[in-house]
Design a protein around this ligand. Sequence first.
Ligand SMILES: Cc1ncc(COP(=O)(O)O)c(C=O)c1O
Length: 369
Amino acid sequence: MIPYGRQLIDEEDVKAVVEVLMSDFITQGPKVEEFEKALTEYCQSPYAVVFNSGTSALYCIYRALGLSEGDEFITTPITFTATVSAGVLLGAKPVFCDIEPDTGNMKTELLESLITERTKLVVPVHYAGHPVDMERVWQIAQKYGLYVVEDACHALGSAYKGFKTGSCKFSHAVVFSFHPVKHITTGEGGAVLVKDRELYERLLKCRNHGIRRGEDWEYYVEFPSFNFRITDFQCALGLSQLRKLDEFVHKRRQIASKYYEVLGKNTRLEFPVERSYAYHSYHLYPVRLKEKEKRRELFRYLRKAGIGVQVHYIPVYWHPFLQKLGYKKGLCPIAEDFYERVLSLPIYPSLKEEEFIYVVEKLEEFLSV
Ligand SMILES: Cc1ncc(COP(=O)(O)O)c(C=O)c1O
């Protein structure tokens, strides 16, 4: 099966992991801080805290910002459930902003109309690796005194108006995931980049049971939390992968251009775009079929041909946990139309030329009848 995304691990990565496995500390050792420092340098942001997943990273930053019962947070329905579930677990209510039909990102023109007295947080998601218009989000957030957390789980290595995603230039925090289909991997893993020292310290505690260290054996649990720690050997892998990130993104961009070059004239498809303010890192390559009734058929056709296409995403409020809370289908019509037509094609740095040709051939074969 040619998957829609996969990791690229080389000898250097393996060596880095093995070195840590043979050392004194396989967790809570020096590689954690080294990886955090490398992330701050890459993203040009003062602080980073790494976690055992993007989901725990999201949960901890929402919690560190005080999101709780009675609060609302605004996000997009075209995202993975984690963006929303993390807030729901804290007792907050998700409010869904419809999307732009071409980037798949939250439509920032709609943001102001969704703000109420209870809104505490806005969570833009850089869908597929294309940055949201963050300056606009930031202006609105400043006007209403809201926090902004970028869910950049798709967007490590992208940039907005020349600022690296993760710089926190137009937000309070930026969250990444290091799952194997993402730009770099630690197996499972995630990070939060922040510019505020106090927020950074709260994140460190949230990662580790709410603990503040005292003298000698003493420690104080300031609030109950979980073990969200990542291991040192994972961070060694992350460090080694991060050195190759720009190369990985470059390769992804080349594949994206090739898809457009080869398929761009096909009038039955719509393609990802790149706004003038954006540097797209192409975590995904989602095309949209003009005829939505053909999508399932195409999905099955390509899967049967050994091509692991995927659909990103079922609108989050369609899931039972939110339907039970009263969210209704029809809430965000553009997002629903997008979902019904979208299909992610394989894109990852190790995708071979012959695999790319095969994917295109099969797709064209289906579309020619
Ligand atoms: C947009 C988005 N947010 C959050 C997450 C959660 O990240 P993780 O799988 O590392 O927990 C993902 C992962 O797929 C994601 O795509």
